[in-house]
Design a protein around this ligand. Structure first.
Ligand code: FAD
Length: 358
C-alpha cells in the first residue's frame, strides 16, 4: 500500500469500523479487543515505523491528523492504540539494532504489541522507578503508577531512573512473573476498557538486548517541553466529538441557539487545530510559551465542547450509553494525560473568571 493510501485507509477504518462501536468500546473489553484486532489485521499499528522496517513512515502532519480523527471517534480506542504507536516511535530511535530488527517488523500487525510506562519520570524527588547497573545488564526496582494496555499488550517500555539521574528505557513484561507484579486493572471513570494497571518491580533483571536507550538527566522535562503541544491533538479530536453530538442534537431539535453555539465552537476548534498544525515540527525553546498556550487552548475548547454535548442532550446525557457523557469522561483524561506543572497551571488559570474576562 502506498503511504498516501495508508493515511486515507486508516482514517476510513476509524470512521467505518471504530466510530459505529464507540459506545460498545467504552463499556466492553471484548469490543475493544475485537476493534484492536481489526486494526492489527489492517497493519495500522505502526504508522511512524521507518521504511527500512516496513514503513509506512507516515509524515508527522498526517500522523497528527490520524490522532485527531482517532480521538474524535473513540477516546478510549485512541488512548489504547497511541501507547503502542509511541512505543514504535521510541524503539525506532534506538541504537540497539538487534532489538529494532526483532521488534519493529512485527509491530504493525500486532505480532508484537508494546505499551509505555514512563510518566513516573515526571515526578520530582525520590525516583519511583529505579534502575541499577549490574554485570550483564540492569536491575529494576520500584513502582510504575500508570500503564495502559494490560491484556492487550504483552510488554511495555518502562522508564527507570539510574543513580546519576539518567533514565533507562527497556522493554519488560506486562504480565506478572518473577520480580514483576501487575495490579488488577483500575476501576476508572473514563477509558476503563483500555485496561490501565500499576506495576511493581523487585530485583527484576533486564539484559542489554531489551534496552532501548539511556537518556540524559532531565530528559522527560526537555521532551515534554519539545512535545508540549502534541497531546493537544487528542483534545482537538475530543472537541470535535463533542461538536458531533451537538450537531446531531441540532438536527433533532433545530434551534437558532444551537446553530449559533455550534458555529462559534466550530470556529474555535478549527482555529485550535490550525494552530496545532502550524507548529508541527517546531521545537525551539522560544516557541515553548506559544505552544503551551495552544495546548491549554485546545484543552479549554475541548472542555466547553464536551459540556455543549451534554447540555444539548438534556437528561439523556446521563445515560451510560450516551455519547455526550462518554465524550465528557474522555475529556477528563485528555485534560490530564501527559500533564506537566505548566499545563496544569495554564489549564487552571483558564478556568477562572478572570481569564474569561480577558
Ligand atoms: C487513565 C490513564 C491512563 C494512563 N496511562 C499511561 C500509560 O500507559 N503510560 C504512561 O506513561 N502514563 C500513563 N498515564 C499517566 C499520565 O500521562 C499522567 O496522568 C500524567 O503524566 C500526570 O501524572 P500523574 O497523574 O501521575 O500526576 P503527578 O505525578 O501529580 O504529575 C503531574 C505534574 O505535576 C508535577 N508534580 C508532581 N508532584 C509534584 C511536586 N511535589 N512538586 C512539584 N511538581 C510536582 C509533575 O512533575 C508533573 O509534571 C495515564 C493516565 C491516566 C489518567
Amino acid at each position: 500500500m502506498e503511504n498516501r493510501d495508508v493515511h486515507a485507509q486508516a482514517i476510513k477504518f476509524l470512521r467505518e469500523v471504530v466510530a459505529p462501536r464507540a459506545e460498545e468500546i467504552d463499556q466492553s473489553i471484548d469490543a475493544m479487543r475485537e476493534t484492536l484486532a481489526e486494526m492489527c489485521e489492517r497493519g495500522f499499528m505502526a504508522l511512524k515505523r521507518p521504511t527500512a522496517y516496513g514503513g509506512p513512515d507516515m509524515p508527522e502532519t498526517e500522523f497528527r491528523q490520524f490522532q485527531v480523527a482517532s480521538a474524535r471517534v473513540s477516546g478510549a480506542f485512541a488512548f489504547l492504540q497511541t501507547q503502542h504507536q509511541s512505543a514504535v516511535a521510541l524503539i525506532s530511535r534506538s541504537d540497539n539494532e538487534s532489538l529494532k530488527a526483532e521488534y519493529l517488523p512485527k509491530m504493525a500487525n500486532g505480532e508484537r504489541l508494546v505499551g509505555i510506562g514512563f510518566s513516573q519520570l515526571r515526578r520530582p524527588g525520590e525516583p519511583t522507578m529505579r534502575a541499577t547497573e549490574v554485570e550483564g545488564g540492569y536491575v529494576l526496582d520500584g513502582h510504575v503508577p500508570w500503564c495502559t494496555g494490560f491484556g492487550f499488550y504483552g510488554e511495555f517500555l518502562v522508564g527507570a531512573q539510574l543513580p546519576d539521574g539518567r533514565a533507562l528505557f527497556a522493554i519488560v513484561p506486562l504480565v506478572s512473573g518473577p520480580g514483576v507484579r501487575v495490579s488488577e486493572p483500575m476501576k476508572l471513570a473514563a477509558m476503563e476498557t483500555a485496561q490501565t494497571v500499576t506495576i511493581d518491580f523487585e530485583g527484576f533483571r533486564v539484559g542489554p538486548e531489551k534496552v532501548v536507550f539511556i537518556r540524559e538527566r532531565g530528559w522527560i522535562q526537555n521532551n515534554d517541553r519539545i512535545n508540549i503541544a502534541l497531546q493537544g491533538q487528542f483534545a482537538v479530536g475530543c472537541a470535535l466529538a463533542g461538536l458531533d453530538v451537538l450537531a446531531a442534537n441540532r438536527e433533532r431539535r433545530p434551534s437558532a441557539f444551537m446553530d449559533a453555539t455550534y458555529e462559534a465552537l466550530r470556529k474555535e476548534v478549527e482555529e485550535a487545530q490550525r494552530q496545532l498544525e502550524a507548529y508541527v515540527g517546531v521545537t525551539s525553546e522560544e516557541s515553548t510559551p506559544a505552544r503551551l498556550a495552544i495546548r491549554v487552548r485546545a484543552i479549554d475548547v475541548m472542555q466547553r465542547c464536551a459540556w455543549a454535548a451534554v447540555t444539548s442532550s438534556s437528561g439523556a446525557a446521563n445515560y451510560l450509553s450516551h455519547p455526550a457523557q462518554r465524550v465528557l469522561r474522555e475529556a477528563l483524561v485528555f485534560t490530564v494525560s501527559a500533564q506537566t506543572s505548566a499545563v496544569m497551571e495554564g489549564t487552571l488559570r483558564q478556568l477562572t473568571c478572570e481569564s474569561a474576562r480577558d
